[in-house]
Design a protein around this ligand. Structure first.
Ligand code: GLV
Ligand code: GLV
Length: 334
């Protein structure tokens, strides 16, 4: 008996290296929208009869979608974060969920560090100043003075892979490092001579606070008004994790009223952000459109990993990056 080829749906054109991997094992259909997410109703329709789905972090993969996806075996997220997927629901239905950890760790840490430097040294603001034709006076001693990075204290909130990758970067700048995580990493504390503190202590004593937690019900608005008020008025907050980890309404007040010196956000409570968001009226904030992992090298590797995870399930093999190992292996489809 000849088995029908499995079907895989990909919600955005990915790098060709990745597409080749899934094409070896399945009939692959790709949503052709260049920069726009696949419309919800089309995604629901496309979910019917597919065996594998490779979505982006902007695609909500929930019970409603799984109701349509009666033959789905795997959701291979093109991201390390998977808060866009209802994993419990997938597990209940025997659908495997995979992500792309590891490859983006250093790229994301590079970017978080770049944001720390850019906000404290006012790089974006200064660039805009020249472009806006405002540099009409000569150089001045106090022009665009900001805060130093070297020698300061970095507070890392969430000591997972990316949080850990911040440590050597900070040490390279002769910074002190303290961290908070709900689970202590004793091995790394010993190996890297790290100090675990309470969240309150990290907020009170850091010159830079950088968040590296996944988005869960526990981390939603983990940095709100109370936490922002604990920070030093000279401190900077950097977020490259997920937008809702920070309460943006409270952050607006904090920046406007000078509870903290500045913030740099790569992720936002609402993405895309509203162009008329009040945060954008402020000078002491840098905003970028969720691009911390966006190096060509890393985005290509992420695509290859997502495709490899998906192809493994089609072959009845263990995918390398399984998020819900409780789900049993499926029979090979090819
Ligand atoms: C990006 O935010 C990711 O989770 O990979
Ligand atoms: C993500 O890769 C993390 O664990 O920090």
């Amino acid at each position: 008996m000849v088995l029908a080829k499995p079907k895989i749906y990909v919600t955005r054109q990915l790098f060709s290296e990745a597409i080749k991997i899934v094409e070896e094992v399945a009939d692959v259909e790709i949503f052709e929208g260049e920069n726009n997410p696949i419309p919800r109703d089309l995604l629901l329709k496309k979910a019917r009869g597919i065996d594998g789905l490779i979505p982006l972090l902007t695609d909500r993969i929930d019970a409603e979608l799984m109701d349509q996806a009666d033959t789905l075996k795997v959701v291979s997220n093109y991201a390390v974060g998977y808060n866009n997927i209802d994993v419990d629901e997938a597990t209940k239905r025997g659908i495997r969920v995979t992500n792309t950890p590891g490859v983006l760790t250093d790229t994301t840490a590079d970017y978080a560090f770049a944001l720390m430097m850019a906000i404290s040294r006012r790089i974006a603001e200064a660039d805009k100043y020249i472009r806006d034709g405002k540099w009409i006076h000569a150089w001045g001693p106090k022009m665009f003075t900001g805060g130093d990075v070297h020698g300061k204290t970095l507070g890392i909130v969430g000591m997972g892979r990316i949080g850990l990758a911040m440590v050597p970067r900070a040490r390279g700048f002769n910074m002190g490092v303290i961290y908070y995580d709900c689970v202590r990493n004793l091995e790394k504390e010993r190996e890297l001579n790290l100090e675990c503190r309470t969240l309150e202590d990290v907020l009170e004593n850091s010159d830079f606070v950088s968040t590296h937690v996944p988005l869960t019900p526990e981390t939603h608005h983990m940095i709100g008004e109370e936490q922002l008020r604990m920070m030093k008025p000279t401190a900077y907050l950097v977020n490259t994790s997920r937008g809702p980890v920070i309460d943006e309404e409270a952050l607006y007040k904090a920046l406007k009223e000078g509870w903290i010196a500045g913030a740099a956000l790569d992720v936002h409570e609402k993405e895309p952000t509203d162009p008329d968001s009040p945060l954008l009226e402020l000078d002491n904030i840098i905003v970028t459109p969720h691009i911390a992992s966006a190096s060509v090298e890393t985005r290509t590797k992420m695509a290859v990993i997502a495709a490899t995870n998906c192809a493994a399930v089609m072959r009845g093999e263990e995918p390398p990056n399984l998020v819900n190992p409780e789900v049993k292996k499926v029979k090979p489809l090819i």
